[in-house]
Design a protein around this ligand. Structure first.
Ligand SMILES: NC(=O)c1ccc[n+]([C@@H]2O[C@H](COP(=O)([O-])OP(=O)(O)OC[C@H]3O[C@@H](n4cnc5c(N)ncnc54)[C@H](OP(=O)(O)O)[C@@H]3O)[C@@H](O)[C@H]2O)c1
Length: 287
């Protein structure tokens, strides 16, 4: 097999060191980093990757799309795929801002303890890139998913966007601008996943304790204060008041394993597109 080359495409002024370290830890032989990448620049970069090795060796070249802005990453993914034709393609993974690997790890944490099909789950701050992916993965598993936002129309827009990807998704939009609205949104939920912005508390411990059907609470915010009061950032299946709790770093171990496994998987074929659902499926296989 040829040496494994990974092109790291990043929309930020400096390509992510985090993503580079993970790539090297996932046994990439040569990392080529490109920063400030815009969709208009993608074609020349991808042609360089596609036309240098024969078709049989294309699986030894792959692309990782990172950067802090998830919607820019999505645009780059579209631009990359537009360059491919016939067998002339290389595998590509999107994990801008860690959104796909984080969402996959969060849903896998819940799945470890509860059958997701038929469960009721609330995704707090579910309008952001991580929350939307969490909601999408839960919906695809057959859970009833409540997406909360400070603005109902944002939650409705997120439901509509996810509904385009998941057949028969059971999604509902909820306002959570006030604690009483959040309390109503999580009533009867077995799972709550907080995916709000860093450093924002979305739910007090009082609200959490009042949700008497709650079995699993996952907080993805690592920046104090916690998104769910009372959950510690290192929690990994810690029982608190009868609820199994995960904090951001508690979920992070699985996230890192998924990220490395996905990079390694890129080099098994030349036609893989690893976005949220594919990355989640890989995470499932890790057990
Ligand atoms: N562990 C990891 O490796 C990892 C990786 C990536 C992200 N994360 C964490 O995952 C969480 C979600 O990430 P993200 O990028 O999706 O987040 P984000 O886009 O910054 O925020 C998510 C949602 O939070 C809500 N929000 C923003 N400011 C708020 C405020 N002051 N009060 C209440 N709600 C507010 C917004 O929803 P509305 O405007 O609709 O209310 C927003 O859509 C973050 O805490 C992030 O740090 C962790």
């Amino acid at each position: 097999m040829k040496r494994k080359i990974l092109l790291q495409l990043d929309c930020d002024p400096a390509a992510s060191v985090f993503d580079a370290v993970v790539a090297i830890d996932a046994d990439v032989d040569q990392l080529l980093q490109y920063q400030d990448v815009e969709p208009t620049r993608v074609r020349e970069l991808i042609h360089g990757a596609m036309f240098t090795r024969g078709p049989d060796d294309l699986k030894s070249t792959a692309i990782f799309i990172g950067g802090s802005d998830v919607s820019s990453g999505e645009n780059l993914l579209e631009a990359v795929q537009r360059c491919f034709f016939g067998p002339m393609r290389v595998s590509v993974m999107l994990d801008a801002n860690g959104a796909n690997t984080t969402a996959a790890a969060a849903v896998l944490a819940a799945r470890k303890h509860l059958e997701l099909k038929g469960a009721t789950a609330a995704v707090l701050g579910g309008t952001g890139p991580v929350g939307q992916r969490v909601a999408r993965l839960l919906a695809a598993e057959g859970a009833q998913v409540r997406i909360t936002s400070r603005a109902l129309e944002h939650a409705q827009a997120a439901c509509a966007a996810i509904g385009q990807h998941v057949d028969q998704a059971l999604l509902s939009a909820h306002s959570a601008g006030q604690p009483a609205q959040t309390a109503e949104a999580i009533t009867d939920c077995q799972i709550v996943i907080a995916a709000g912005a860093a450093g924002v508390e979305l739910i007090s411990s009082g609200l959490r304790k009042a949700a008497n059907k709650l079995r699993i609470a996952i907080d993805l915010n690592a920046v104090p204060p916690a998104g769910i009061e009372g959950i510690e950032v290192m929690d990994r299946g810690v029982e608190r008041d009868g609820v199994l709790c995960y904090g951001a770093i508690g979920v992070g171990g699985t996230k890192m394993k998924i990220h490395k496994a996905a990079i390694r998987h890129l080099f098994t074929a030349n036609n893989l597109v690893l976005d949220a659902p594919e990355i989640y499926e890989l995470g499932k296989q890790l057990g």
